[in-house]
Design a protein around this ligand. Sequence first.
Ligand code: CMP
Length: 141
Amino acid sequence: MAFGRSSKVALLQKVPLFRALSRRQLEEIAQLADEIDIASGRRLATAGETGYELFMIVEGKAAVKTRGRTVSLGPGDFFGEMSLIDRGPRSATVEAATDMRLLVVGNREFWRLLDAAPPLVVKIMRTLSQRVRDAEASASR
Ligand code: CMP
């Protein structure tokens, strides 16, 4: 189901991740991202495999499974950035824990997105730092 660009912008405005962005930046994102609906239980990333997309959650919840631990992500959260940034394999397996609505960007669009919306770069850096801290904390537990 394809949404027009203006309804995609309306969707983006509901996501806290994008709150700091201008209308123009939201329009650029709407152009770069595809909207997909995913059924509960679907696997979106597999640990160890090559990853080609970043996913941003609009509705629903995802379960991130890392070394014996499950982290829940919800609306406004994103995942899949690590493989795009360092071209390494997926660091965790991610599955839809409920039915989900997501925005997806491929590798090339990901880098264009960061150029188009610098506040997202800051947001992604912050989130990555938190994920490293989480991983460190759970490794030393
Ligand atoms: P990537 O490695 O591309 O694919 C799996 C994704 O799971 C990863 O990017 C992150 O987006 C996400 N992820 C990995 N570890 C954590 C964590 N500790 N907390 C939240 N999300 C994570």
